[in-house]
Design a protein around this ligand. Structure first.
Ligand SMILES: [Cu+2]
Length: 510
């Protein structure tokens, strides 16, 4: 593995013009040149650090747009077929400039994929980028060879078909994003990520509760409208941009009637941003996590911490007297790290919720949603240790290393082995001074407890998760069962850490 190689973008790959919401103008011909070279870990620091605050205001206050939906081209019932084209596309973000994104189907965020439990999914990826890429179906129980592992890259100009059937019981809020070796952070921060919803035909949440989909992404723009490469500090702390976007818009407005309840599915699709979500003047009722609904609603939450890659489903009931507004915001959160992670120290507005004049009667949630059986008594156990320190090879180089069990990722190495259908207890200990969100591919797990400062707290309710934050010096214990043979990835979901080696390979054997 040569960390010192540079990514040189060729001229291959068409540049499309973004369709959909947001700024106007630009249009054909407003194409920026390729963004240039992007330093990988080990590269010299970039001399111009990113601006700590927005260089210029983006348009705010536009009505929240619905996500662009990926159309199903299959005439066959229970089969979803479509094509995702990885390609560059430009859009006007800052007045007088053009921003080139890397996209799925020219859409930022990527198009919404919406299927039902039991469906067979056949999605062809066409790679029109100048880098290899993959599509990882984050959280979905797909076979390992269909899951976009870094060992299965799709070369520039090539294409491949991903095919899998989603079992009954898999309804939930997932997402998809690239997972190529070393290129994942850049492809995601340049725009490649989308929501993937698996619906149940027997969803217990009343359909009269209107659903809203909120994809949160992070964007850094330079004054000329370009998306700069990662700086040395980004590679260390994980990249945070200078704009948080919802469905690709900056601080849009969502309308809700007084008394109305809405179901929000929220994805943290950022590289490294922790979202400590709160809605001013309101509490939220948690009804679902990564892998689907909870057994029962958890009402009265003032805030919800959503680490990178996590999803939640919440129900909010507008207690506003009309006309008035509330703000969905991300509160300050200290996730550790060297130097400053400036933007996290501030309260950041994400979305304005406007109450219109027509009052509505509240719709009650059922007291039981989707009972979750405990996975049972573990018969095997595994322990992982997250650590970071100054890089081993480069004395004086000043680069951090990010390790699991003292090792940096090697795609040719099997780090752990599990047997099919065995109940395992995993203990993940974070011995570093930064938070790291742990993610395991291809299955959902149940968090049992979290230990901090010698105090162990049992998880208050059973939930399906594929990503869990392991705070600095915290230990998280979870239960998991592997249900498909093959190689699975596990890693920190701060994408810069994953890319620098905080990842391992689990092989599931019979
Ligand atoms: Cu990390």
């Amino acid at each position: 593995m040569d960390r010192r190689r540079f990514i040189v973008l060729g001229t291959a790959g068409s540049v499309a013009v973004l369709t959909g919401c947001g700024g106007s103008g630009g249009g054909e011909g407003a194409v920026t040149p390729p963004a240039g070279t992007a330093p990988l870990p080990g590269s010299p620091p970039v001399s111009n650090p990113p601006p700590a605050s927005p260089v210029s205001p983006l348009t705010v206050g536009q009505p929240l747009t619905d996500l662009v939906r990926l159309a199903n081209t299959s005439p066959t019932p229970n089969v979803f077929a479509a094509t995702l084209v990885a390609r560059r596309a430009s859009k006007v973000m800052l007045p007088g400039t053009s921003t080139e994104f890397w996209t799925y189907n020219s859409s930022v965020p990527g198009p919404l994929i919406e299927v039902y439990e039991g469906d067979t999914v056949r999605i062809r990826l066409e790679n029109q980028l100048a880098q290899e890429t993959t599509v990882h179906w984050h959280g979905l129980p797909v076979p390992p060879d269909q899951d976009g592992n870094p060992m299965d890259p799709v070369a520039p100009g090539a294409n491949r078909l991903y095919e899998f059937t989603l079992p009954v019981g898999s309804a939930g809020t997932y997402w998809y994003h690239p997972h190529p070796h070393e290129f994942t952070p850049e492809q995601v921060f340049r725009g490649m990520a989308g929501l993937f919803i698996v619906r149940s035909r027997t969803d217990p949440v009343p359909s009269a509760i209107q659903e809203k989909l909120l994809v949160v992404s992070d964007l850094r723009l330079a004054a000329d409208g370009t998306i700069p490469p990662n700086s040395a500090m980004d590679w260390q702390n994980g990249r945070e941009g200078n704009y948080l976007l919802v469905n690709g818009q900056h601080q849009p407005v969502l309308s809700i009637d007084p008394g109305q309840s809405q179901r929000w599915r929220i994805l943290n699709g950022t590289n490294a941003r922790y979202l400590r979500l709160a809605l001013t003047g309101h509490t939220m009722t948690l009804i679902g996590t990564d892998g689907g609904l909870l057994g029962a609603p958890v009402p009265g939450l003032d805030e919800i911490l959503l680490a990178p890659a996590e999803r939640v489903e919440v129900v909010v009931t507008a207690s506003l007297t009309s006309p008035a507004s509330a703000v969905l915001q991300s509160l300050p959160y200290d996730r550790g790290g060297m130097g400053m992670i400036g933007p996290s120290a501030a309260t950041i507005p994400l979305l304005t919720v406007n109450s219109t004049t027509a009052a509505r009667a509240a719709i009650a949630l059922p007291s039981t949603l989707n009972p979750i059986a405990d996975l049972g008594l573990p018969t095997q156990s595994k322990s992982l240790v997250f650590s970071s320190g100054m890089g081993m090879g480069g004395m004086g180089g000043g680069m951090m290393s990010f390790l699991i069990d003292g090792k940096s990722f090697d795609p040719a190495r099997i780090d752990l082995t599990s047997r099919l259908n065995e109940i395992e207890q995993w203990t993940i200990e974070n011995r570093s001074s930064m938070d790291h969100p742990f993610h395991l591919h291809g299955t959902q797990f149940q968090v049992m407890s979290r230990t901090r400062n010698g105090t162990t707290t049992a998880e208050p309710f059973v939930a399906w998760r594929d990503t869990v934050n392991v705070a600095a010096f915290e230990t998280v214990t979870l239960k998991v069962v592997q249900q498909q043979l093959g190689k699975r990835m596990y890693h920190c979901h701060i994408l810069e850490h994953e890319s620098q080696g905080m990842m391992g390979v689990l092989e599931v054997i019979a």
